[in-house]
Design a protein around this ligand. Structure first.
Ligand SMILES: [Zn+2]
Length: 80
């Protein structure tokens, strides 16, 4: 899965409607790609703002364990 595909799957991912195998591929990419991780963070902030505005709770929060896993992976990057 490349970055362009990530952006296409983002809405489904945040909405928790991806197939499990697609979701795992998506998460694996996020642990390796800072750009997509930051893009996802911004996307979540946008959704949060939207939820505050219209009290729409259709879109699920990301699971905390995924966020921790991504942060752990990022912090473990080898120093070069
Ligand atoms: Zn990417």
């Amino acid at each position: 899965m490349n970055c362009r595909e990530i952006s296409e799957f983002l809405m489904d991912y945040v909405g928790n409607t991806l197939d499990q195998d697609v979701q795992q591929t998506f998460q694996a990419h996020l642990t390796q790609c800072t750009n997509c991780y930051e893009y996802l963070s911004q996307y979540r902030e946008t959704i949060k703002a939207g939820q505050l505005a219209c009290h729409d709770d259709d879109v699920s929060e990301l699971p905390d364990d995924l966020v921790r896993a991504v942060l752990a992976a990022l912090s473990k990057e080898p120093r070069t």
